[in-house]
Design a protein around this ligand. Structure first.
Ligand SMILES: [Zn+2]
Length: 264
């Protein structure tokens, strides 16, 4: 039997054309578009982490959203803008332009079907700058409302990890332990930071008065940027539950907001 997401009743590709045509008040129903990436995640995690996490978050959050709250989900964009990870095996990316055009193209067709609000659930930092300007363009050119959908939950990380743990880090490793089975090799989960709190110098890749552009190879030998060794299954369980609970609340708010916007 084929596996479809747990949120199948809200998943557009699982519907017939007739069911899609019959969706009431499309202008007030937001459509979530997950955006992820396929890129190296250190020696201990699979390259699909960012795309896997988007699906795991939705799979847990959407069942917590009341059935009478209208919200739908588009198929995910699983290949993102990951040129910062080039040179590591297993990184598969598209250009800034391709990602922008793909999102614009999806948005314009959803607009053609009658939808007016899209919400991006993005799980890859490298996509953010492209998404931001593309979403503005979609608003200006298509008259759609675009939203970054984010959980408000913040885990209690050390300040060092919060500032310099960007990738294949304590968070991603812990969550992967919770949502997958046999996909995390903890024996390979190391710790690499591009800078330490309290070090002198004002020029750093992030978290400094002056920052420089970087590719992962500048910051890390293993591909880990952060403390993957601090990850545990217990943290993953607690964080995932809190994160998706908050995400469900944000989805519910998003739906109310879209309805409100449609009434204006
Ligand atoms: Zn990641």
């Amino acid at each position: 039997m084929m596996t479809l997401p747990k949120y199948r009743s809200r998943y557009l590709p699982a519907m017939t054309q007739g069911q899609i045509a019959a969706i009431a008040d499309k202008e007030s129903v937001p459509v979530i578009i997950p955006t992820g990436a396929i890129e190296q995640h250190g020696p201990h995690l699979p390259v699909g982490v960012d795309s896997i996490l988007g699906q795991a978050y939705l799979g847990a959050a959407l069942p917590l959203v009341p059935d009478d709250v209208p919200v739908l989900v588009a198929p995910p964009i699983t290949i993102g803008k990951s040129d910062e990870h080039r040179g590591f095996p297993g990184t598969l990316f598209v250009s800034t332009k391709t990602l922008g055009r793909l999102l614009t193209s999806i948005a314009s067709q959803l607009h053609g079907w009658g939808f007016r609000t899209i919400a991006i659930l993005n799980t890859h930092g490298g996509n953010i700058s492209v998404l931001r300007y593309t979403m503005r363009q979609i608003q200006v050119e298509l008259g759609m409302r675009t939203v970054f959908l984010t959980s408000k939950y913040k885990p209690a990380l050390s300040l060092q990890e919060e500032t310099f743990g960007f990738h294949a880090n304590e968070w991603e490793t812990s969550i992967m332990l919770e949502v997958t089975e046999g996909m995390v090799d903890l024996s390979q989960a190391g710790c690499e930071y591009p800078a330490r709190l309290g070090e002198t110098g004002i020029l750093r890749p992030e978290g400094a008065p002056a920052t420089y552009t970087w590719v992962t190879g500048d910051l890390s030998k293993t591909g880990i940027v952060g403390d993957a060794a601090a990850a545990t299954a217990e943290k993953g369980k607690e964080w995932f539950q809190n994160y998706t609970q908050s995400l469900a609340e944000e989805i519910t708010k998003l739906s109310a907001w879209a309805k409100d916007q449609a009434g204006k």
